[in-house]
Design a protein around this ligand. Structure first.
Ligand code: PMV
Length: 330
């Protein structure tokens, strides 16, 4: 009996070594490799249903029917998948996040990871985890790192087929935590898709890309050896390097807010006093404070004393994306 509805779940991920800029914008082939950690306690759940009566794809996000650019991005993605795998039929997509969308977190990673895995199952594509990671990348680059579990590395590749992420360590190997200090709850002014296309306009991007292999090696080794000192140094450097590129693009992009800088300075002080904590910021002002299992409660308490933080979300390292419910008509 043909499956007609599939539900899948995925977590967002936080990059330790960041992806910024593409060799090919349409295929989202990155300029540099990256390493990330999936976030267990933040979830996107997506149900995809085949509905022969639909005249076009339908998207519902957190209970609201979508139109405009959000729907168009999903339609473009589905058209690509239907074209590559020679499938047809419009789909109904119902997706929910259990973390606040207003927090401006990287929900596109978990969104496209959950969508890719659900659509691949619904269309009976029988893809390997590597192939699933590559097709998730076509929707949002960082989504390829939300397919495998735990700590993941995305190697750049030079073609669609060889640009995907794999696990370098399971989430239980070293249960690090991410305490996310939310400092702004408005959507970001410059989307990451736009930001990637501007990266090469910064004179610093070439130097950042050339130095990436070194940072990847340090970060991967630090994860494998559970060396927080080495990890904290490299992730803060990598975040600063990406933001230096953003700030020196034409036109410049300045994601940091005064509170972001205040938190970064406080995290430095915490670390100097012996608390395992390190900051990293994605394309936005919210500060991700990476800490160990022993230190996250202390970090959270310290963050609560900093003025200007709207809320604090936290999560340990997590698994990859999975199908949770295929349903067949009876
Ligand atoms: O996947 P995108 O296009 O949303 O880009 C993600 C960019 C950063 O979050 C800033 C860095 C990263 O590697 O996740």
């Amino acid at each position: 009996m043909k499956t007609y509805s599939v539900t899948a779940k995925a977590h967002p991920n936080i990059a330790f070594i960041k992806y910024w800029g593409n060799q090919d914008d349409s295929l989202r082939l990155p300029s540099n490799g990256s390493i990330s950690m999936n976030l267990a306690d933040l979830n996107t759940t997506t149900t995809v249903t085949r509905n022969p009566s639909l005249k076009s794809d339908h998207l519902e996000l957190n209970g609201a029917t979508q139109s405009g650019p959000t729907l168009r991005r999903i339609q473009q993605y589905l058209n690509l998948i239907r074209k590559i795998y020679k499938r047809d039929g419009f789909l109904e997509i119902i997706s929910t996040n259990d973390f606040p969308m207003s927090a401006g977190l990287a929900s596109s990673a978990s969104a496209f990871a959950a969508l890719s895995i659900a659509v691949a199952h619904l269309f009976d594509l029988h893809l390997s985890q590597i192939e699933l990671s590559a097709i998730a990348r076509l929707g949002s680059g960082s989504a390829c790192r939300s397919i495998p579990r735990g700590y993941c590395e995305w190697k750049t590749g030079s073609r669609h087929e060889d640009s995907y992420a794999t696990t370098i360590a399971h989430e239980h190997h070293w249960p690090l935590w991410d305490c996310i200090a939310v400092v702004e709850n408005k959507p970001k002014e410059v989307s990451s898709t736009k930001g990637h296309s501007m990266a090469d306009s910064s004179p610093l991007q070439q130097v950042r890309v050339m130095d990436t292999q070194r940072r990847l090696d340090i970060c991967r080794n630090a994860i494998i050896k559970k060396d927080f000192g080495a990890l904290s140094e490299i992730i803060e450097l990598d975040s600063n390097m990406m933001h230096a590129v953003m700030m020196t693009s034409t036109p410049p992009i300045l994601y940091w807010q005064p509170t972001s800088l205040l938190i970064m300075q406080e995290v430095k002080k915490m670390h100097q006093k012996g608390t395992a904590a390190a900051y990293t910021l994605d394309a936005g002002p919210n500060v991700h404070v990476i800490c160990t299992e022993e230190s996250y409660e202390k970090v959270e308490d310290n963050l609560r004393n900093i003025p200007g933080i709207i809320e604090i979300l936290k999560s340990p390292s997590g698994s990859g994306a999975s199908v949770i419910q295929p349903t067949s008509p009876n």
